[in-house]
Design a protein around this ligand. Structure first.
Ligand code: SAM
Length: 339
């Protein structure tokens, strides 16, 4: 099995299919203006599919489609159909903000999508509008209902918790998840890419998330499981489960088997990596699958990234990338790299 310097396997690939998004979440895309990836650089579905073949060849067995907002990529179900046919892939999932989900979910499921995660940070219309600069919360709810219908038991909700913004909605979101049949995962606010308004005091650490939920529900039990999944899972006294992704205060770099491919074919070994490997250039200059596999193997074997742990080790912590640098290189953005 292909392993990096710290013996971490390469198993998960996050495939960003577009850098465009129909929301402007203040923790991800807060600026008015963005430099977009040039259209001609975006990989065609055939190119994405052949790169995925190479990734599967070197050990990847799980792919998650992300973005930007992946449902903005035209005919996404066609790509899903191409990927779903690959014998070596054991999982094919999608992360979406849910706005376009109700319209597309049947086509995606028919094409072979296995699981869906919908991001939702607040149940309050006024807050949703302030946080995302959109008033389409009703469409997100419609997307959730569609996910409940089409992916029962294979549907999660991801919530970024921001102190002073939505930290009073933890139990409401768990109850909402119960109603729509989804497990909620609370994500600590991260200082990645576009999070230019990040500050340490805006993070609600895992221990505080747990303490608040215990005050509402009573004793919470951790679920013991061996997994490289980013969330640690917990059970409430009534049996409901939820997860916490504590990337900021208790990073899980030692188990990280994920890498990311941007919509224009740059391959990143860590969410915090500033340098990537240009697989589009290789592909379009005629490299064959074996040559690309060699590039990937070499890149992964030399991988030493522990980005979230390095950030934690810093004493004085501010937003990772200054706006000026983000404006020069869209690849540093979270919406380009895919969350
Ligand atoms: N548009 C899709 C969505 O909303 O799920 C996929 C892309 S989005 C970048 C993927 C995930 O990253 C979302 O759940 C989003 O909330 C999360 N995210 C973005 N910025 C973040 C930050 N600064 N800290 C933690 N999570 C973040």
């Amino acid at each position: 099995m292909l392993a990096d310097v710290f013996n971490r396997p390469l198993r998960n690939l996050r495939l960003s299919v577009t850098d465009r998004c129909n929301l402007r979440c203040e923790y991800c895309m807060p600026e008015d203006d963005y430099q977009w990836l040039p259209r001609e650089d975006l990989l065609h579905f055939e190119e994405l599919s052949s790169l995925v073949d190479v990734f599967v060849e070197v050990g990847v067995d799980r792919v998650r489609l992300t973005g930007g907002e992946p449902l903005l990529r035209r005919n996404l179900s066609t790509l899903v159909g191409m990927l779903a046919k690959k014998a070596g892939l054991n999982d094919l999932a999608l992360t979406t903000n849910g706005i376009l989900l109700a319209d597309q979910i049947d086509a995606l499921a028919a094409a072979g999508l296995r699981r869906v995660t919908v991001s939702l940070d607040t149940l309050r219309a006024d807050r949703f509008k302030a946080l995302t600069r959109s008033d389409e919360l009703d469409r997100v709810h419609a997307g959730m209902q569609a996910a409940q219908r089409v992916f029962p038991g294979r549907f999660k909700i991801d919530t970024v918790v921001i102190n002073g913004v939505n930290d009073d909605e933890l139990a409401d979101l768990i109850e909402y998840g119960r109603r729509v049949g989804a497990e909620v995962r609370f994500i600590e606010y991260m200082d990645v890419g576009g999070a230019t308004k990040w500050a340490p005091e805006r993070v609600l650490p895992r221990r505080d998330i747990l303490a608040r939920l215990e005050a509402t529900y009573g004793a919470i039990a951790p679920i013991q499981e061996h997994s490289s999944a980013p969330a640690d899972r917990y059970t409430l006294p009534d049996g409901a489960t939820f997860g916490i992704i504590s990337s900021t205060t208790q990073p899980f770099c030692s188990d990280c088997d994920r890498s990311r491919l941007t919509a224009d074919g740059m391959w990143y070994l860590c969410l915090y990596a500033t340098q990537g490997l240009d697989l589009r250039a290789a592909l379009r200059s005629g490299a064959n699958p074996d040559q690309i596999a060699t590039m990937i193997r070499r890149g992964w074997t030399e991988r030493t990234d522990r980005g979230a742990e390095d950030r934690l080790a810093l004493g004085d912590r501010r937003a990772f990338v200054p706006v000026k640098s983000l404006k020069k290189d869209p690849h540093l953005e979270m919406h380009t790299r895919g969350g």
